[in-house]
Design a protein around this ligand. Structure first.
Ligand code: NDP
Ligand code: DXP
Ligand code: MN
Length: 364
């Protein structure tokens, strides 16, 4: 299989390349930002046909690899290949994801913000191009697997599990949380944006909206349960009261591989890991973590409200990581932006406009 990896130097990108090595895939394209050293290692190892990186890296990349062709992330996404891993975070990931979809590839989608902001528009383009979109996000991969072969009218609820983040049980005053504390996720090692989102529980909010758009499923029947062991990733409850869940080690290489090999499950080094001794499930605390409730609020209004909320969060998280605002200001900014969002129909034009507008408001 020929593969392109968008966001190759990040947490998902690196793991996708490990999967590519396990499976012997030909990696034809890499898109990254400014991590020169990791990108150079990847270029040396995979010898891709085309690479995208920040312009400031180009002279050095050309010096190290005179044969290298450089292009934009969209050009990398559009290369001739069977599949693309879409793992550039935030709305920056949307145009490259779109380019992969439009060229009819299988898209292993990690970039949840694209699905949240542009779900119906992306599906329309995917259907026109014959592209498949398969989830990489662990909960959605689990739900996708649990839904396989089940008539949609038999499905009562989709349940996403949440680890609860680093502040689940701690008496921590959330207004005193530092970036260092928020970046200490109890179960997963991920990039900074998704890790902070997990700490505010906004990641789960994004995931509820992602599930709504990805599975085209009613919001009111998408639920969240806190599950600190993070071993059960998602559950489907059926009309007869039975549940189907997908379980597995907290290792993103599994959902990444599944998105690329579906419907097959080739062997990996993770096959024989032990099961955890106990599994707990409890309701989320929406008062302590209001960002999750705000996501439901945006989801009820749909379309550009989801765009605005996700865009505002990108700015709020960035500002929190820079030490400009408190942890508890993140949901405040989300609430403020949501309350001012104009009610517009979802179109590509309105999406980009609302994204830019919400980011400006969040900066102020
Ligand atoms: N990490 C995880 O386990 C999970 C992640 N996800 C989702 O997957 C996506 C990726 O997350 P993660 O891997 O953690 O993120 P990281 O921050 O670890 O990596 C981001 C990657 O995208 C690149 N990048 C960032 N901005 C741009 C840009 N404007 N143009 C081109 N490349 C860019 C970075 O390049 P560089 O570093 O070179 O600057 C890096 O390669 C997110 O949407 C996240 O929500 C979903 C589930 C789990
Ligand atoms: C690995 C993955 O899919 C992350 O999105 C994960 O869900 C984050 O953990 P939380 O459950 O704490 O948000
Ligand atoms: Mn997830």
């Amino acid at each position: 299989m020929r593969l392109v990896v968008l966001g190759s130097t990040g947490s998902i990108g690196r793991q996708a390349l490990e999967v590519a090595r396990w499976r012997g895939y030909r990696v034809v394209g890499l898109a990254a930002g400014r991590n020169l050293e990791v990108l150079s290692e990847q270029i040396a190892l995979f010898k891709p046909l085309l690479v995208a990186a920040e312009e400031e890296l180009h002279p050095e990349l050309k010096a190290r690899f005179p044969w290298l062709r450089l292009g934009t992330p969209e050009e990398v996404a559009a290369l001739e290949a069977e599949a693309a891993v879409a793992a550039i975070p935030g709305l920056a990931g949307l145009d490259p994801t779109r380019a992969a979809v439009r060229t009819g590839k299988r898209v292993a989608l990690a970039n949840k913000e694209s699905m949240v902001a542009a779900g119906p528009l992306l599906w329309k383009e995917a259907e026109a191009a014959g592209a498949e979109i398969l989830p990489v996000d662990s909960e959605h991969s689990a739900l996708f697997q649990a839904l396989l072969g089940e008539p949609r009218e038999d499905v009562a609820e989709l349940i996403l599990t949440a680890s609860g983040g680093p502040f689940l049980d701690s008496p921590q005053d959330l207004s005193e949380v530092t970036p260092e504390m928020a970046l200490r996720h109890p179960r997963w090692r991920m990039g900074p944006k998704v890790t902070v989102d997990s700490a505010t529980l906004f990641n789960k909010g994004l995931e509820v909206l992602e599930a709504k758009e990805l599975f085209r499923f009613p919001l009111e029947r998408i639920k969240v349960l806190v599950h600190p062991q993070a071993y059960v990733h998602g559950l489907v409850r059926f009309q007869d009261g039975s549940l189907k869940a997908s379980l597995g080690p907290t290792d993103m290489r599994l959902p990444i591989q599944y998105a690329l090999t579906h419907p097959r499950r080739p062997e990996t080094p993770l096959r024989d890991l032990p099961l955890p001794g106990r599994l707990d499930f409890l309701p989320p605390n929406l008062e302590r973590f209001p960002a999750l409730a705000l996501a439901y609020e945006a989801g009820k209004r749909g379309g550009v409200f989801q765009v605005a909320l996700s865009a505002a969060d990108e700015v709020a998280v960035e500002r929190f990581l820079k030490g400009e605002i408190r942890f508890t200001d993140i949901p405040r900014i989300l609430e403020k932006v949501l309350s001012q969002t104009p009610s517009l129909p979802l179109s590509w034009e309105n999406l980009y406009q609302v994204d830019a507008w919400a980011k400006e408001v969040a900066k102020e």
